[in-house]
Design a protein around this ligand. Structure first.
Ligand code: HPA
Ligand code: ZN
Length: 334
């Protein structure tokens, strides 16, 4: 039986560190001699009651302590790709946070080569094509982002683009104007988290000052009708993460999520899992949850799947995009 959540799709908003399941975290902690501040996986899972973005980030950064070797990063990414493939993902654009690792003394090369090893065999093993997107931590100084971009120069063949994540409030996109200019000059694609907790003005800044091609989240765009008009007119993709928005209290309950209204407004909305080990589901689970909560139609679901491939960074492989879109069109529900 073809379940709606098994629709072929691309995942465009996924932090690889956010796929660290409690079981793997404890296994890596044991292997690397790291002591976690939680007795076991049950106690860790009980810490997943977040009040906002920062309360989640505190746990997320604490758990990165178990990731130390190339093998660790390769194992993490391979586990994600297997799960994603099982939920209909054909193409994944994967964020990573170099500064969360270099700050702990793990070299950037260890992170990129480890992730790269899993990504290199992803098509063969899992049938999932991939891109890697390097995120800067916006709550760190712009200089640190520039140093990270510099340090990434030997690995640019593995990196498709740059992003901006971590604590949003008080850290507007404009803080990173120079870094994004430098990234563009290196031929990197540009995205940024904006409007997750921050105001619609941050979405405008991401577009106008950083020149991003996609907005990650963009949830709060709906507060600004002129901005919505612009996003519709310019077909700017939004990578929404509904389960994340509920867990981090940006929306009270999934039934209140603006996803359906965004689709109806003609926005190029996509559905993604953000940090699935923490937020209660991978992207197929997310499709299932929003379908139930928002009474999405089969047309809505197919539109979301088509949008994900339209918004993917596949410009260098249009035949592949066309194949994926044809797969969505050929999919029969039920
Ligand atoms: N928002 C901002 N930064 C992040 C997130 C998120 O959901 N996950 C990992 N870093
Ligand atoms: Zn995110």
């Amino acid at each position: 039986m073809n379940l709606p959540e098994d629709l072929p799709k691309a995942e465009l908003h996924l932090h690889i560190e956010g796929t660290l399941e409690p079981e793997l975290a404890f296994a890596l902690a044991a292997r690397n001699g790291v002591t976690l501040p939680y007795a076991d996986t049950d106690e860790l899972r009980r810490a997943y009651l977040f009040s906002d973005l920062q309360s989640f980030l505190d746990v997320y950064y604490a758990l990165t302590a178990v990731l130390r070797t190339e093998d660790d990063f390769a194992e993490l990414a391979d586990a994600y790709l297997a799960r994603a493939a099982a939920q209909g993902v054909r193409h994944a654009e994967i964020f990573f946070d170099p500064q969360a690792h270099t700050a702990r003394g793990v070299p950037l090369g260890t992170v990129v080569e480890g992730l790269g090893r899993a990504l290199d065999r992803s098509e063969e093993r899992h049938g999932v094509s991939t891109r890697l997107i390097m995120c800067f931590l916006r709550d760190q100084p712009a200089d640190a982002a520039m140093e990270t971009l510099d340090a990434a120069k030997p690995y640019l063949h593995r990196i498709a683009g740059v992003g901006l994540d971590s604590a949003e409030a008080g850290h507007p996109p404009s803080k990173f104007r120079e870094v994004y200019e430098a990234a563009a000059a290196l031929g990197l694609r540009k995205v940024a988290h904006a409007g997750e907790e921050g105001p619609p003005a941050y979405i405008r800044e991401a577009l106008d000052v950083l020149g991003v091609e996609r907005v990650d989240h963009g949830l709060r765009a709906m507060e600004d009708p002129d901005l919505v008009d612009r996003l519709v007119r310019d077909r700017v993709p939004l990578t929404l993460c509904p389960l994340s928005n509920v867990r981090l209290r940006a929306v009270d309950v999934l039934e209140d999520h603006p996803l359906k209204a965004m689709l109806d407004a003609g926005l190029l909305a996509t559905v993604n899992s953000d940090d699935p080990a923490y937020f209660g589901g991978y992207v197929g689970d997310t499709f299932h949850a929003v379908r139930e909560a928002l009474a999405l139609t089969e047309d809505d679901l197919r539109t979301l799947a088509r949008n994900s491939f339209q918004a993917a960074f596949l410009d260098d492989d249009e035949p592949r995009r066309a194949r994926y879109l044809a797969e969505v069109d050929a999919y029969t529900f039920g």
